[in-house]
Design a binder for this molecule. Sequence first.
Ligand code: SF4
Length: 340
Amino acid sequence: MVRAPLTNGSRFELFNLDLDPAFDLIKRSGAKVVGVQVPEGLKRMASDLARDIQEETCAEVIFSGDPCYGACDVDLDLCRAADLVIHVGHSEMLEGDPLHDKVVYVEARMRADVREAVEGAAELLKTSRVGVVTTVQHIHKLPEVLELLGGRGIEGIVRPGGRTRYPGQVLGCNYEAARNADVDEYLFVGTGQFHPLGVALATGKRVVAADPVTGNVSVIDAAPMLRRRYGAIARAGDAERIAVIVSKKPGQRRMELARRMMSLGEEQGKRMILVYLDRMEPDALVNLGVDAAVSTACPRIALDDQAKYPVPVLTPPEFEVLLGRRKGEYLFDEIEQMPI
Ligand code: SF4
């Protein structure tokens, strides 16, 4: 059964969650304690979800109170405390750790109609063969998107990626599904600016974004982001003490890459410090007394949140530019399938 879990007039009415497979699994496995992880944008549905799970399964429900931004961020402590963990809103990503076997993924699918946005975007497309990408929230709409484009004589190309579950799906940290399409132009269907900007930066190609919620369409301009990033690199130019950040989150943990960044900095006489943390906060950098940081964690930390931090935070490819080890076009920091 497809459920609409909230009816309080909030934005959660935008989503469908199919909880029945998770309920079946809880009952079949005899789980007595069920953990639930919900992304920040859906957290206010927690009490409704808890009620539904308890009524359906009689299991005790424990919610993760920590922020959760992606499937990279499975709460392993909650996995230890619970018999099963329901991870809401993201598609499955991690494998290989026995704790992950406890996790059941319940994807959130947006109900928003794509027609208006896609038809508007088709007017802005310049080529008759375009790569089509989206996030998991709209992935079920891709057949309709392709049909709408086809009706206007535009061939939509959908390709799989490595870190993502569905063809055409992109993440803030992975645009392989876009790069795998041999096209000169992309249509991104979804909300927000970060993903279409990521497509533009990762491919260097023209991107038209279609937002099914607002109906807005736009051609992505990556130039302001690039100016900000080269500004951050320039500000880090005099940095002597540099922290290399490694995330504890299982799908962001790139220790090998961090060690490589440490070596590169040390070779150039920088005072490098390797820092392992769960959540990047401005205070962490202030207290460490560093002049700059290199984040090997989620690329959004450096690209989306720079304004929060007191010192420049660079991605690994940006750090290589700073050290003169990388030349040429800007390289967007992407995380491969299994970063551990
Ligand atoms: Fe999303 Fe960042 Fe996790 Fe990638 S690393 S899945 S962009 S939260």
